[in-house]
Design a protein around this ligand. Structure first.
Ligand code: ATP
Ligand code: MG
Length: 480
């Protein structure tokens, strides 16, 4: 595998392993290593046992063959074949693992055997002894497994050879029994390690999972959460540090909330003061300035009638026209500042008058739908909606290059919805934010102060929609 392939392979493996929960990881590591160790240990023990038992079986075969060889020497020399046969029978009966025994004379002829009627002559051709050998071993594959054929020279080969067949069956049975016991031990160890892994996982992960939960809660803005210090280790230190951190965050959040409250109060105060001031100046303009100018107008008209000299008459007429214009401008200024209609007749009338005026002034078609259920809204809501429409339409006139604009004001059960939609060039909201641009920011602030929400949707070359939702009756903070 080249290094790049190996790297991508290891990344994939880590992706899979990394996605597994920490509990599964610890559990898997403890259980996996215990399983591997126990199986390795069991296999190693089984192999060692097999070797020892095989060696024992061979040693037993050699020792039986040696005993047989020394016991049969005299019987061969005196040619007592009956006793030799008896001896072989005795050997076979005394040792359960002995499958056969026979004795050959020096020429290789069978003198006695334990096969009864049929002696398997193929045994004569295998496992021969060389001159210098005292004994020789040969493994024979049989139906019942390996049988060790042991050949032992009698009287250094001068009296012949003793042959014994030792079965490994009992050894295999012992091995099978031991293997079962080892398997059970492995299962026991696994059971214990399962318990240990569960306990270890629980001890290690409980504080970590608690920390994860607490971190998520802190992420959600709740800094009051604290975790328990479970032990005096590194995880305990982490829990302590976490608690310190949340305490500090809580403190900072309190300061932030206090500052936010002050900021809102300041904005509320500013809006209220501004609105009061506008109302006062508008009333002043209407009640005092306009009245004085009207009196002046009446005076000029009277002067006009009594004035005989044509030049003077002409001047008086001109002055009256200038005065008319000034009176109109003062009225317009008063309306702009705070239309009396808003206080006297309500939002619908004030807006209709404003929109009609705006349409004529800017030559942009205004489509206006106002549903306020023919009843007055709270004063601060009416003022806010009026100012929002005013500011939005100022933006349309200044930036949108629109041909038409629609204004919808609708009173619902718990709130007032205001939508201002134009078909102008639109804009990118993220780029429209700057310190000197206060229109949209002010509208958002004003809406949020009343517990409402402003949503802006603008698509370049398609137009802009401003969607305001202001709750009614739940807010008693801004009453401009
Ligand atoms: N209806 C609109 N159509 C296109 N662009 C708009 C519209 N409304 C606002 N914008 C863009 O958003 C910007 C921000 O508007 P905002 O009212 O906050 O500031 P401004 O009008 O530039 O200045 P001011 O503080 O005097 O209101 C504008 O400069 C303009 O580029
Ligand atoms: Mg603006």
């Amino acid at each position: 595998m080249n290094p790049q392939k190996f790297q991508s392979f290891s990344i994939k493996i880590w992706e899979i392993l990394g996605a597994v929960s920490i509990r599964t990881k610890i559990f898997g590591i403890v259980l996996g290593s215990t399983l591997l160790l126990s199986i390795g240990f069991a296999l190693q023990t089984r192999l060692a046992l097999q070797e020892v038992l095989e060696q024992k079986s061979q040693e037993q075969g050699i020792s039986i063959a040696q005993d047989l060889a020394s016991s049969s020497t005299d019987l061969i020399l005196v040619n007592d074949l009956y006793a030799l046969h008896q001896l072989l029978e005795e050997v076979e009966n005394s040792f359960s693992d002995v499958r056969y025994a026979f004795v050959l004379d020096p020429e290789g002829y069978v003198l006695a055997h334990t096969f009864g009627e049929g002696f398997p002559i193929e045994l004569l051709d295998i496992n021969p002894l060389t001159k210098d050998e005292h004994h020789s071993l040969l493994a024979l594959e049989t139906n019942e497994g390996i049988v060790w054929d042991v050949a032992e020279s009698i009287f250094d080969g001068r009296a012949g050879t003793a042959r014994v067949g030792i079965s490994s069956q009992s050894m295999q049975e012992t091995l099978a029994k031991l293997t079962t016991q080892l398997g059970l031990t492995v299962l026991g160890v696994l059971g214990v390690s399962l318990l240990a892994a569960t306990l270890l996982t629980w001890i290690l992960t409980r504080p970590i999972l608690e920390l994860v939960d607490a971190t998520l809660t802190v992420g959600g803005g709740d800094f009051s959460v604290r975790v328990q210090r479970w032990a005096n280790d590194e995880i305990g230190d982490l829990a302590e540090a976490f608690n310190q951190m949340t305490m500090e965050l809580g403190r900072i959040d309190e300061i932030r909330a206090e500052r936010e409250k002050l900021r809102r109060q300041l904005i509320e105060g500013m809006i209220t003061a501004q609105e009061d001031e506008r109302r006062r100046i508008a009333r002043e303009l209407h009640d005092s300035t306009s009245q004085s100018l009207t009196s002046l107008k009446v005076g000029l008209r009277a002067l006009e009638t009594i004035c005989d000299r044509p030049e003077t008459h002409h001047h008086v007429v001109n002055l009256r026209h200038v005065l008319n214009q000034t009176l109109e401008e003062v009225r317009e200024m008063a309306i702009q500042l705070r239309p009396a209609a808003l206080d006297d007749l309500g939002l619908t009338a004030a807006l209709e008058r404003y929109l009609a005026n705006w349409q004529t002034q800017h030559d942009i078609n205004v489509d206006c739908v106002i549903h306020t259920a023919d009843s007055r809204l709270p004063e601060y809501v009416e003022t806010a909606v009026y100012r929002i429409v005013q500011e939005s339409l100022t933006n349309v006139a200044r930036h949108a290059e629109a041909t038409s604009v629609s204004v919808l004001v609708e009173r619902r059960t718990n709130d007032v919805i205001t939508v201002i939609e134009d078909d102008g060039k639109g804009f990118d909201e993220s780029k429209a934010k700057s310190g000197s641009r206060l229109g949209l920011l002010g509208m958002r602030e004003r809406t949020e102060l009343l517990g409402g929400k402003l949503t802006i949707e603008s698509t370049p070359q398609k137009g802009t929609s401003l969607f305001f939702r202001i709750p009614i009756g739940t807010n008693d903070r801004v009453k401009a």
